[in-house]
Every structure is written in C-alpha cells, then in structure tokens.
Design a protein around this ligand. Structure first.
Ligand code: BG6
Length: 520
C-alpha cells in the first residue's frame, strides 16, 4: 500500500486534481529580483503550480523586474529553462506552461537610475495578458527578492511612480538587515510607504507542511497541553541540518554565517511555535502577539556563558553522500577572493525561556551546512517516569515527540512498549508513526506556494511582524557581541559529519544527547 502511494505517477495524477484549493481573487504580482535564484527556483514555479491547480486563472498578472535589459521573450526563455532544470516535474506539460507564460511579463528597471522606466512597469502591471484576460481591482503585490539594502529605495521608487497604492502589499524576503539597527532602518524605510498591515515579512519555514501541523497538533488535541511545560518536558531540540554547502552564495554567506542565516529566523520561528501560549485565534496578530512574548523571554547569552552555551563550526573537506567535497575555505578562495574567514557554517547553542511554563527547560538549537544529511526536526523529550516498576535493570527510554519537517515529513511519538513474544517482560521504544507519505496521498504545496497565496488572501498569520524581527535580532546580536568580546573560536568539522565534537559536548555536559535519528 505504502509503495503504491509513493508511486510518482500516482502522485503526479493527484497533484493535477484541481479540487481542494480555495480560489483567490485576481492579483498582480511584481517580482523584483525577477531573474534571481529565488525567483527562478521557487517563486515562479510556485506561482505556476497554483495556476495549474486552478487556484487563480489568466485574469492575474506576473511581472518580473530586474536591472538586466531582457526582452519579455528572453525572460520567458530564462524562466522556462530554470523550471525544467530545477523543478523535476514528471508531469510537465508544454501547453500548460505556455498558458501560464501568457500572464507573465518582464520590465527592466534599475531602482537607482533617475531615468528608470517606471511608466513601463505601470503599463505591464495594468495591461491585460497576451490572451486578453484581465480584471479590475486586482490585488497588487510587490515581492522584493533583492538585497535588503535596496528595500527602502525600491519602495520609494514605487511611491514616487504612484504604483504603491494604499491597498497594495509588499513582501520582504529575509534577511531583514544584519542586526537590530540595520533591520530598524529597513523597517522604517519600508514603513514610510507601506503600513504594517500591508507588509509581509516572509520566513519560508512557516509555510512548510509540518510546521503548520505543529499548530494543529498542539492546539487541536487536548492530549499535549497538560504535559507541555517544565513539569513534564525535560528539554527541546531543534535541528536544521543541510548537506549542501554555500556554493554560489559565498559573498552573502561569508558576511552572514549560520547564526544570522538560519537561527535568527527559521530556528527561532520554530522555537516560537513550539513554545508559545495558545493564541485566541489564528488571526495574524493573535499568533504574532504570542510569538513575540517567547522571543522577549529568551535567555540572553552573555560573555560568561558564550563558551559553555554556544559552539561555532566551519566545515573542512570531507565526504557527503559518497562524494568528496571541498571545505568552506576552499570554496571561498575560488570565488570570493577571501583568504581567511571566521564565518561559522555551523552553530549549536543552548538557551531557555524565562517564564513560568518553561523556566529551567533547556532548549538546544543546531544548524549547519555540509552535514551528514539534510534533515530538520523538532524533538520534545519528556521527563523519565518518577519510579520504574520494572526493576532497576530495565532500561526505560524517555518519551519523545519527534516532528520531522523534512525530508519525509512525519510525526513520531516514541513510547515504551512490551517487546512481543515469550521470554519475559522486555521493554522497547517504539514510535507511534505518522509518516505523511504513507498516510496521505496529496502532493504538499511548496512552502512558497502556500505563503504566496496567503499574501493574495491577505492572511498575515504566517508572516513576521516588525517587533518580532527586531526582538530576534536583539537576541542574536547579543550572541555576536559575546562571541566577539570573548573571541570564541570557530571549530573545524569534516563535511559529512554531525558538526564539531564540541557540539556533542554541549549536550553531553548536561547528561543528554542529540537525537540523531535521521543521520545515525
Ligand atoms: C535559507 C537560507 O533561508 O534557507 C539558506 O538562506 C538555506 O542558507 C535555506 O539553505 C534552507 O531552506 P530549506 O527549505 O532547504 O531547509
């Protein structure tokens, strides 16, 4: 049965089932950075999939914008080549793709050029698509997939050109700044043109299927709430491991590092959803109000705790998935002309939330590039039973709730059971297993598909509010300050491993261990 459900053809057929999606109003979306990696790999394919499923039709309009002086035809060739290269779509249909391309246009604009042709953008946005379809009162969206330093100037340009109407929405990609101060400057600049309820700060982790399921698991089941606190939870681990390196993004990554690139946003968002109080509703501000309380209660890492509570690492040459790969410094010296770097490609840290529910419960976060495998998981480990009736020789493992975000989305509740058969009472840890691929046959939309449609529908719940981003930066800034004041070294780890040895010691010192179910 499970094998049948994994059959790619069956899945593709089900993916074409156009039911189950709430149709959205016609919209127009302008993607700044339209020729960039994110637009080619994620945004355009995501819009295509929503179009294919009939969530919107040819009354909508998509306009790519970047500095390159491409014609519309060039742009269509570029996104077509990218879709074929990256999307691995077994049911690709030229006719459907062409129908989609009909609603796509392209306008070259350099936002720093006084003579930039904003008029051409206005024409492209408002014109009908190539088959003549169009609509009045379309929802207008500007997606800024460009360096964050350009956000404010782009918004100014849109305002001066009269394109940013009071109803239009703007989507900001991460990172928003590189610290609290730069984030505040960007937020001020964008805020002069768009009111807060029109600003969608995206964190694509919040669009992942299992992340949303976390909300349902916690708040649609009575089971967990009574034990979701310091009384019953021993500790929490959140891991986002990647097997890829930084190839192609050295210039950005070398200034950022894993703490800014992954912890400030994705890991902290996961932590918030795991630990926040139940919001009154799923309304944007209700959820965001609860998340900000968690961020504000995060225990600060100080000069005194930097060495014992954090680990910085950088990968060296090694083997990942059977292939020999270069170390971080080798990748840099090829491309970014940097001979030395203290940038961390791995970070592990221990924190806690200073409130009544969580006081004293360690929360371990870990992320890294070029690790043994790609896997992201939230592990909630419960306390041991107070007394074992099975005698002192029976090894009892603690219960664990393991929420696997990717790959192979699943929720596993590890419980102790009796090993079947004769020969006495032997105990065994066994998962109550909800593996999505086996339980459900539907194709899950990519995180960007869901989030883009949420922008069209005006749903802010899965986007970050200004105060959230700034609170997350304050916490991350304090770690950078402690690292720099105490000169925390960056420790080597071979590509293909689970990070530096010190990462194991971070939890080992507390008598715990990382749950490496995926990689072990
Ligand atoms: C991005 C980071 O936000 O998330 C990348 O900038 C990282 O460095 C990526 O590779 C990971 O996303 P995912 O969805 O592949 O886990």
């Amino acid at each position: 049965m499970a094998d049948a459900l994994r059959d790619p053809k069956l899945k593709a057929a089900q993916a074409k089932d156009k039911s189950g999606f709430v149709p959205v109003n016609p919209f127009e979306i302008v993607v700044f950075g339209g020729t960039g990696d994110l637009a080619r790999r994620k945004l355009i394919p995501s819009l295509y999939h929503r179009f294919l499923d009939g969530q919107f039709d040819d009354k909508s309009k998509i306009v790519g914008v970047s500095r390159s002086k491409h014609s519309r035809d060039d742009y269509l060739k570029l996104i077509t080549a990218a879709y074929k290269e990256f999307s691995n779509d077994p049911s690709f249909d030229e006719g459907e793709w062409e129908a989609f391309c009909c609603i796509v246009d392209y306008v070259p604009i350099d936002v720093y050029d006084d003579k930039a042709d904003w008029k051409a953008l206005e024409t492209a946005i408002t014109a009908n698509n190539c088959k003549g379809g169009g609509a009045d009162n379309r929802v207008r969206i500007f997606y800024l997939a460009m360096p964050p330093g350009m956000y404010a100037d782009t918004c100014d340009g849109l305002k001066s050109a009269g394109l940013a109407t009071p109803e239009s929405r703007v989507v900001l990609e991460k990172p928003i700044g590189k610290d609290f101060e730069s984030a505040a400057v960007i937020n001020d600049g964008v805020g002069k043109v768009f009111s807060e309820d029109r600003i969608y700060r995206i964190d694509h982790y919040l669009g992942k299927e299992t992340v949303q399921n976390l909300l349902v698991l916690r708040f649609a089941n009575i089971l967990f709430e009574p034990i979701w606190s310091r009384e019953h939870i021993d500790h929490i681990q959140i891991t986002a491991a990647e097997s890829i390196g930084v190839a192609g993004r050295e210039a950005y990554y070398n200034k950022s590092g894993a703490l800014r690139d992954m912890v400030q946003n994705h890991l902290l968002q996961l932590l918030c959803l795991t630990c926040m109080e139940a919001p009154g509703t799923l309304d944007g501000n209700d959820i965001r109000r609860e998340k900000i309380k968690v961020l504000q209660a995060l225990h600060m890492i100080t000069d005194e705790t930097a060495a014992s509570h954090t680990v910085r690492g950088q990968y060296t040459t090694g083997v990942v998935g059977g292939d020999a790969v270069a170390g971080y410094m080798d990748e840099l010296s090829d491309k970014a002309d940097i001979s030395q770097s203290e940038t961390e490609t791995f970070v592990a840290l221990k924190t806690q939330i200073d409130n009544w529910r969580w006081a004293g419960v360690p929360i371990y976060l870990r992320t890294g590039k070029r690790m043994a495998e790609r896997w992201s998981e939230i592990v909630v480990q419960f306390k041991p039973v107070p007394h074992s009736v099975f005698g002192k020789d029976a090894a009892l493992s603690p219960n664990r709730l393991v929420i696997r975000l990717q790959p192979d989305e699943s929720v596993n509740l590890w419980v102790e059971i009796k090993e079947p058969g004769a020969g006495g009472l032997r105990l065994k840890s066994w998962p109550l297993d909800l593996t999505y691929d086996e339980a459900f046959t539907t194709r899950y939309p990519d995180a960007y598909e869901r989030l883009l449609m949420d922008v069209v529908r005006g749903r802010l719940a899965l986007f970050m509010r200004r105060d959230e981003v700034e609170a997350a930066w304050r916490w991350v800034d304090s770690i950078h300050e402690a690292w720099s004041a105490t000169k925390q070294p960056v420790k080597d780890y071979p590509a293909g491993s689970l990070g530096p040895l010190a990462s194991g010691l971070l939890v080992d010192r507390d008598g715990r261990e990382w749950w490496d179910g995926a990689a072990s």
